[in-house]
Write a protein that binds this ligand. Structure first.
Ligand code: FAD
Length: 196
């Protein structure tokens, strides 16, 4: 079930040409994920590693573009699922009336404050990327057990995130100081120290 052409165009106007795809190959690939078979089994479905197929995948590059995409989803009654590095079934669509918001273009470390021991990052920055940069200041960040390739942001805000370094770095949910969060209606909420 692909997007109507006119709706596709509206998404494309937000994220730019080449940053949306509703092709069969791409959307079917995004319906696969490791451990999805367990979710399916738990819900009485065949134990296959595929979720419902998303209508399209969009790749915004900024907070404003994500907002635009979320507002458009609301306008047309489409469900959205955000994906940072996308490890595991939690970021899979739960219905075929969904699009995936793949955040891989938002991959920048915005700031490292070595004196006050915090970093500002976008969703697709990985732990490994962050660790390499803060090593220059002889610092070490928490590493969730899922591995250095996952997103610290997704782990901190949505996954709790225990790991091998937890005895001295805590777990991800205890490492987040503030977030800029896009609400389901597309408005922005700033939480934690960012809200002050
Ligand atoms: C085999 C396996 C082993 C694992 N082991 C561990 C472990 O030892 N410790 C641990 O802590 N975790 C573990 N995990 C879970 C792991 O924490 C997450 O898969 C990973 O940290 C999340 O990072 P991600 O970038 O892949 O997030 P994603 O899978 O992309 O997202 C995780 C959740 O957050 C949502 N989300 C992602 N980005 C955003 C965003 N920018 N805004 C709003 N919502 C967003 C997604 O919709 C999804 O629900 C494991 C997972 C697997 C599959």
């Amino acid at each position: 079930m692909v997007l109507e052409k006119a709706i596709y165009k509206e998404f494309e106007d937000i994220v730019g040409h080449g940053n949306i795809n509703d092709g069969e190959v791409v959307t079917q690939c995004y319906s696969y994920n490791w451990c999805q078979e367990i979710f399916n089994h738990m819900h009485g479905k065949p134990a296959i590693p595929f979720s419902p197929i998303p209508k399209a995948v969009v790749l915004p590059s900024s907070t404003e573009e994500v907002q635009g995409v979320v507002k458009l989803c609301n306008k047309y009654g489409i469900i959205f699922k955000a994906q940072s590095t996308g490890l595991g079934p939690w970021n899979q669509p739960s219905t075929d009336n969904s699009i995936i918001i793949d955040l891989r273009r938002m991959n920048k470390i915005v700031k490292i404050d070595a004196k006050n021991l915090y970093a500002v990052i976008e969703p697709y920055v990985s732990r490994a990327q962050l660790q390499v940069e803060i090593m220059k200041y002889v610092l070490k960040c928490h590493m969730p057990g899922a591995g250095p390739q996952v997103s610290p942001l997704a782990s901190a805000t949505s996954m709790n995130g225990p790991g091998f370094t937890s005895p001295y770095t805590g777990h991800s949910a205890r490492n987040v100081l503030g977030v800029e969060w896009i609400l389901p209606d597309g408005e922005i909420m700033r939480l934690g120290s960012l809200g002050l």
